[in-house]
Design a protein around this ligand. Sequence first.
Ligand code: GDP
Ligand code: MN
Length: 379
Amino acid sequence: MKLHEYQSKTIFSKYGIPIPKGRVAATAQEAKQVAEELGGRVVIKAQVLVGGRGKAGGVKLAKDPAEAGQLAAQILGMEIKGLPVRKVLVDEASAIDQEIYFSITNDRAAKKPVMIASAAGGVEIEEVAAKTPDKIIKSHIDPLLGLREYQARDVAVAMDLPRDNVKDFVKIAMGLWEVYKATDATLAEINPLVITKDRKMVALDGKMLIDDSALFRQPELAEMRDTDEEAPAETEARKYGLSFIKLDGNIGCMVNGAGLAMTSMDVIKLFGGEPANFLDIGGGAGSEKVAAAMRIILTDPNVKAVLFNIFGGITRCDEVAKGILVAMDEVKPKVPMVVRLVGTNAEEGRKLLENAKMITAETLADAAKKAVAAAQKGN
Ligand code: GDP
Ligand code: MN
């Protein structure tokens, strides 16, 4: 789950990381009022869950409250990478001397968290990483020992940070490590972390990703989810406990088990098709859950064929078949559907689907071939 900049920075501040004074506003009038309260120059920032807002015109400096109102109106009317801006953050503006990149994330290959830092932070960080990777400093964190102060100091020195700011940086790094641990984050990023003209360090931007699998023990963070910002299908899938990820292809997939779902997608690709989604209904899914999964798949206009690959273990094939029938009754799908049922109660399941005009398959290879052929015909 992604957090908004204002949410991330509020968390940072609880852990002692300095952030600018500011508040979120949903209207231009409100933005103007916040600017009046703050006094002086402010920065108006679109709160959408994508990066590169600055380059897209979603971050603007205002010299006074009147201009803050005008710019907020402008930004609130924008769409950034397809997402309408519904809120802006109005922050006290900072006079920037240097922009630093700093984050903590998981390094899966190393099986450890890693600190990533660069003295060349700001909006061009991807460019820096691609063209001058030596300007990016990485330092792994032992998960049992945690981040040690000397490590943070070493990173500051490697970045050639001004001496006077090393202590500030160490404090911010230790704070971000606490944030990362406490929130079950997979990414905690500050870009830019700035040194202001009066030599202070402030986190001007904030981005956090929280591990979805940890949200059960992070109720306060789970509350922060902005469902306005996600695809409606993903909100719906979460409601029913389905693991769903939308993809760009045209073959809808409904599978039980994440490993089997990935295999099914691979086999679809092997035969020249492209999956429209990853969807794991999980073990022991009842008909209600199956019906919800079907609705989600079939409301995607890109879907030209559907592949059901069900391996009955704890999940009963007849329960899945019932769910398919319920959903077919509701959605009245017009696309061809290929089904492969094996395992617990497969026979009963097949019988239930006999009159449903579905294409049946014995093996996964056979099912994938048939789905690919059906999707090509439908295109
Ligand atoms: P992003 O483009 O989505 O990453 O949004 P950021 O919050 O990182 O802002 C983009 C850029 O705007 C920063 O890298 C800064 O250069 C600039 N910026 C943001 N806040 C301020 C500010 O308070 N003062 C000044 N002078 N520039 C700012
Ligand atoms: Mn940024």
